[in-house]
Design a protein around this ligand. Sequence first.
Ligand code: ZN
Length: 411
Amino acid sequence: MTESAASTSAGAAGSAPATVSDVRQRNRRQALRSIILSGQTSRAALAQESGLSIASVTNLATELIAEGLVIEAGSVASRGGRPVTLLAPNPAGAYLLGADVGERGVAVELFDLSMTRVDREFRGGREGESLDTIIQDLHEALDALRIRNPDAWKNLTGIGLGLPGIVEWSEDGHQVLYAQSLGWPAIAVTELVSHDIPIFAENGAKTLTMAELWDGAARGVDEALVVLLGRGVGLGIVSDGQLAHGLMSSAGEWGHLKIVRNGRTCRCGGRGCVEAYLGADAILDSWREAGGSFEGSGWRAIGDLFDAEKAGDPIAVAVVEELVNTLGSALGGLVNLTNPQRVVIGGWVGLRLMESVAGRVEAAIRAEALRRPGGQFELVACRFGGDTVALGAAMMPLGALMNEPRGNRST
Ligand SMILES: [Zn+2]
């Protein structure tokens, strides 16, 4: 990522000149990010990578070591023969939680400061989960993690929530979730978590994008589309290296873009939405209506569809062809609109799709886009697989840690 994902609240572009503290914050963020991403690095390499002087890097490193976030991790011989001390993230220096909050349950993951996942808890899996049961799931998952990881719990920076809807900041400074498609009432995100932990929240497709920007398939890419295909359908738009939010945050709500006028009814209440054709339930409904038979409604059923297609089952062949063409048309329009360098497809349906028919999806998008932008992107699968939303959500507390020394925060 350039500066996006983990740092959206700080260092935003504006007309005011950068202050000394802005510059310090940016340098700190850059140094800590490089140290975490590299695993271990030298002060000289950090200076070279960041363009900062050795003196500045040395000061930053001293500060980060004093905070317990960075450690000196042995030394290697330099070309001149003098040993060079390496810097590494201190895994136990801080812990971060990321949660993928879906309509069928929650997956909560605990990461150390090297961004290694140290524990994970899933709750849910029932049909027809309500908002209340999701809150209960989250509570139970956090309890389980707290009991198993008491030391990490004492050093938690916060929890990031990847949520199934639009997440807006209200005028009084609270984040509110609007999950229209799920029929949930608007709810302050603080009401989702009963534990006393700093809370950060964002739409799940946007947190998936944050993870892919951090160290995944969109790392270092300034213009990208990161597509989430699961039960719901979502999108993160990366423009100039930044995740787009729009005026209040709904930018990227591609799932409810109308692709068929007066088309299929969507659970948002509208008709003809992308999600009503490309969401997991919609795909499986199409298969069932066409005469396909399968069990369940999840990962395995979608896998069965692609297996049947591969085996030449004519019904599955027709359903997958329609799916590929619809996705091509829906993404082809987005390619024209945003002119991406890279299109990243993730989510559990997206990963199945990329495993089975990536080449055909790519051809369909190119065929449906204008020739110039249609020839200027590459299509790749998202890197982190099924856990991307939770990892990306953990980027939010990480961003807070990168932005400010811990003693300075009010939380
Ligand atoms: Zn809709």
